[in-house]
Design a binder for this molecule. Structure first.
Ligand SMILES: Nc1ncnc2c1ncn2[C@@H]1O[C@H](COP(=O)(O)OP(=O)(O)OP(=O)(O)O)[C@@H](O)[C@H]1O
Length: 658
């Protein structure tokens, strides 16, 4: 919030309530800053240094206290009266050790948790489709781990000598399965992480392993196999053929050795796990008589290929068999999942960004224009007491948002321990706001109290990303549930879209894939003005607050913050635009090699449909761009005047990237 006079002023007035979202503790920011030192640019480093030097008040100043009670971090906002206990509605019969920060600390004795009706239906569908491979689609947070555990235990009851292997995305997911199986189903599982003894594997009935471990085991075993085969061949006088049993690795060998086996593929379509050729090949090696594969996923969507489950009944994913059960989150809300309000904020690109997006249409989907920054400023003030996750596409963007508003940034470069610590504090509402790249999109990440997500930009037209991000808001946490029950406030998903650009079309494609949800359309101007906004005019870019001088008569730390913010505001637009041009330069048609050429909207459309990306010579581009309006509709293809000078970019369309 260093750069926002408007936010400082709102704090003074008390319009931004207790524990302002941007009040991240300075020590935590310092830690993150240190972790990023080596990677950040000089401009960013300077911004960090400035922030750390003058980081917001550690102790609440009298002005802040007068405003709203508390500004200091780490104190959970006092619960409204009567909020504890019953209104937080612990689920009947839920004895699961969800591990979620919001599970109200209940310490019920472990007992077999009853399945919810839809989980029971899914279990029966899986049962009745045996022995064929199959998949089940349940939205994020609907309890795929519990269902999967039920499927595993059901299988072991039927086949006491059988073996179950659960493929998970990450170690955190393995731990969740392990807890669920042990505490709710009384089944001990072996976690195959680190050094895992052959002895432990031999006796294991349930093995939890990551996709990556399974692949690397297979690779290692395959590399060792020719040598082993050669030795065997020498003994037998044969030609040294590879040993087929050794090829899949120790865990696979355990599965193959059992009289019957079940492979459970969790989040099987995330990051294209199952369809990835090497995983698909591995699974095929493991399938055969007496063995079965069951996939659990939040979506069967395959970018550019329609919906594998609904249209092709699994035809898109032959290895997974058919989809035998699916539920949408709209059907499960509000009883089991939180009802989410989706708001599509229409931001008109203005000033230099308008020009940039004309020259480089794809940049509209990734870059943050001045309008988006302003909307973010107002949303932060509006949701100062909520648990907010801001998602951006690039690490640099995350860091600029972080240093501007004093928000903790999270990207893939954070050391694991630090990431874990930050996420735990976020879950416990000790840090209220994070800005993250796609690293937090994964369904396995559990933030039950997350109540606002601001999507500043997305991965082009990826419907799967839209669903994953929305999925982060679906889990119920006690505070979130209580707010909804008491005041009807729904968790909100804000999608910021550059109006009249290619991003608008991509966004429509993404949002249409979310079944049962209507996105409200709201213009950016409405978000930035009363009654929706609690700021009286934002000042991120140097404009004076509209209310006149008294607005800036701030005290103590607030005055210092506002003065620094006003000084920085002048360079804010420049910094934001520089970042946008840097980001645009990394997109197709924007690199130094491509610079003499340009992209037309029609080219982008063709690229999105899976065609080659064609970059045109400047003259052709100019001829086309005069006819090309950023808001061109579906039918208004621009011919661009011939193909002479076209170049083929070595960039695959998004559908192939998934
Ligand atoms: N039958 C049930 N009874 C009570 N609680 C349940 C039940 N099933 C699931 N839950 C709870 O719902 C929450 C979400 O479960 P889980 O993590 O398995 O969902 P998921 O579908 O795997 O989500 P994601 O796709 O985001 O990983 C957990 O807190 C879990 O304990």
């Amino acid at each position: 919030m260093r750069a926002s006079v408007g936010l400082w002023a709102a704090l003074q007035r008390g319009a931004v309530g207790a524990r302002a979202a941007f009040a991240t503790p300075a020590d935590a920011l310092r830690e993150v800053g240190a972790a990023h030192q080596a990677r950040i640019s000089a401009i960013e480093r300077e911004a960090w240094a400035r922030w750390v030097r003058g980081a917001g008040p550690e102790e609440p100043s009298p002005a802040q206290e007068r405003g709203s009670g508390q500004l200091c971090d780490g104190q959970v906002a006092p619960a409204p009266q009567g909020a504890e206990g019953p209104s937080a509605r612990a689920e009947e019969g839920h004895a699961g050790p969800s591990g979620a920060a919001g599970s109200a600390g209940a310490a019920e004795p472990p007992e077999r948790a009853p399945l919810r009706p839809y989980q029971q239906e899914a279990l029966e569908a899986v049962r009745s489709s045996a022995p064929a491979n199959c998949s089940v689609v349940l939205p994020c947070g609907a309890g795929k781990t519990k269902l999967g555990s039920a499927v595993a235990c059901d299988f072991l009851e039927l086949h006491p000598a059988g073996c179950v292997v659960v493929l998970c995305l990450r170690r955190e997911g393995m731990r969740q399965w392990s807890r669920e199986l042990a505490d709710c189903w009384g089944t001990e599982a072996v976690e195959a992480s680190g050094a895992c003894s052959a002895e432990a594997l031999r006796g294991a009935r349930v093995i939890l392993v990551s996709y990556h471990r399974m692949l690397s085991e297979r690779r290692r075993a395959a590399a060792a196999a020719p040598a082993a085969g050669a030795a065997e061949g020498a003994v037998a006088g044969g030609a040294g053929a590879p040993c087929p049993q050794a090829a899949p690795g120790a865990i696979a060998a355990r599965l193959l050795a059992a009289p019957c086996g079940l492979l459970l593929a969790d989040e099987c379509l995330l990051r294209r796990m199952v369809p990835a050729p090497r995983i698909g090949e591995l699974l095929r090696t493991l399938s055969g008589p007496g063995r079965r594969l069951v996939g659990l996923t939040a979506t069967l969507l395959r970018e550019g290929m329609g919906d594998g489950g609904a249209e092709g009944e699994g035809a898109e994913w032959p290895v997974l068999g058919s989809c035998v059960y699916r539920q949408t989150f709209a059907n499960l809300a509000p009883e089991y999942l939180a009802p989410v309000r989706c708001v599509d904020v229409q931001v008109p690109p203005a000033g230099p960004w308008r020009r940039l997006f004309k020259e480089q249409p794809l940049a509209a989907a990734v870059c943050l224009s001045r309008g988006k920054w302003e909307v973010l400023e107002h949303l932060l003030a509006l949701h100062a007491e909520d648990s907010v996750l801001i998602v951006v596409e690039r690490c640099e963007q995350a860091r600029l948002v972080a240093s501007t508003f004093g928000i903790m940034p999270v990207d893939g470069s954070l050391p694991a321990a630090q990431m874990k610590d930050i996420l735990e504090r976020f879950r416990a509402r000790k840090i209220l706001t994070l800005v993250a790249t796609h690293v937090l999109d994964d369904p396995g990440l559990d933030f039950p109290e997350l109540s606002v997500m601001v999507q500043m930009g997305g991965h082009f037209a990826s419907r799967r990303q839209e669903q994953q991000r929305l999925g982060r808001l679906l889990r119920w946490g006690p505070v979130k549930r209580r707010r909804w029950e008491e005041s009807g406030v729904k968790p909100t998903f804000y999608v910021l879209v550059h109006k009249g650009t290619v991003e608008e079309r991509m966004s429509r494609h993404r949002t249409r894939s979310v079944a049962g949800v209507d996105y409200e359309q709201v213009p950016a101007s409405a978000v930035c003005c009363p009654p929706l906004s609690v700021l009286r005019g934002g000042c991120l870019f140097g404009a004076q607050p509209r209310r006149g001088r008294d607005e800036l008569e701030l005290e103590g730390a607030l005055a210092a913050g506002a003065a620094a913010a006003a000084a920085e505001a002048r360079s804010m637009e420049k910094a934001c635009f520089e970042l946008s041009t840097r980001v645009a330069g990394t997109l197709p048609g924007g690199g130094p090699r491509d610079r003499p050429r340009a992209l037309l909207l029609s080219d982008v459309r063709a690229w999105l449909r899976g065609g080659e990306l064609r970059l045109r010579a400047p003259a052709a581009a100019a001829a086309g761009s005069s006819a090309s309006e950023l808001s061109a509709g579906e039918g208004s293809e621009v011919s661009g005047g011939g193909t002479s000078g076209e170049a083929r970019a070595r960039i695959s369309p998004p559908r192939r990237r998934g």
